[in-house]
Design a protein around this ligand. Structure first.
Ligand code: TYD
Length: 225
């Protein structure tokens, strides 16, 4: 975690910004390479001297930890109980980690946020997109959400072969197909869709292109990265 440089930057667009930092979210189904891209963006920010933290949902707080324990046995909870845990986790994560960092001028890189709830809990078939967005209306929209997308078989291949892991209950093919389809329907001005079936470097390059102007605007530096 890096807090020390926060005050070195003056705040841009004072009237409109909801915080001094920059809230960058990575979204997409499992196996899109979003965690690796998040890590790469962190390295780039580091080189540029930007203060940042990397975090994730489910978070490492009490609700998120409980959710991770249930990854291989989702049937222990009803869909409603599971949704409630994701919501409780998000509230806790915002209060404990995300908002304090943003209010301190720090860039927050977050691996998954409320669109994951929309896509994954939507994929259970128990909730509509509208319902899930409404359940998340307490959550401030990020400055930008990068939605990494690639065909599901390629993503599954990365999970099983690349990581040598057994897919968890959220990662079964049919379920991922549904989550992928829901992600594809989402449109917001702050949501950027990125084809991640290209090379890792090309994807990082596109991510940089999206982030650069936001950094320049928020931190008023002449060149961002
Ligand atoms: P993931 O990013 O895959 O964690 P890890 O890389 O540590 O395995 O996220 C964990 C799973 O949680 C993922 O399969 C999607 C699921 N999830 C939801 O179903 N709803 C949500 O709101 C979030 C944040 C995640």
């Amino acid at each position: 975690m890096k807090h020390s440089l926060a005050t070195a930057y003056s705040k841009a667009d004072k009237k409109e910004a909801r915080w001094d930092g920059l809230f960058i979210v990575f979204e997409g189904i499992d196996g899109t390479g979003k965690s690796s891209q998040l890590k790469r963006l962190g390295e780039i920010l580091d080189q540029g001297g930007y203060p940042f933290i990397s975090t994730r949902e489910p978070s490492d707080g009490p609700f998120g930890t409980r959710l991770r324990e249930l990854f291989y046995s989702r049937e222990q909870l009803s869909s409603q109980e599971e949704l409630q845990l994701f919501i409780d986790d998000r509230k806790d994560h915002l209060a404990r980690t995300i908002l304090p960092a943003l209010n301190n001028g720090i860039v927050v890189l977050c691996d998954r946020y409320f669109l994951s709830t929309v896509a994954y809990q939507g994929a259970t078939g128990h909730f509509s997109v509208e319902q899930l967005l409404a359940e998340n209306s307490f959550a401030p929209v990020p400055d930008i959400a990068l939605l990494l997308s690639a065909p599901v078989p390629a993503c599954l291949q990365r999970i099983t072969v690349g990581r040598n892991e057994k897919p968890n209950d959220f990662e079964q093919q049919l379920f991922l197909e549904k989550a992928h389809a829901i992600f594809a329907t989402l449109e917001f001005p702050w949501l950027k869709k990125i084809d991640c079936s290209r090379s890792i470097d090309d994807v990082t390059g596109e991510i940089e292109k999206h982030i650069q102007p936001l950094l320049m605007q928020r931190y008023q530096k002449e060149s961002a990265l």
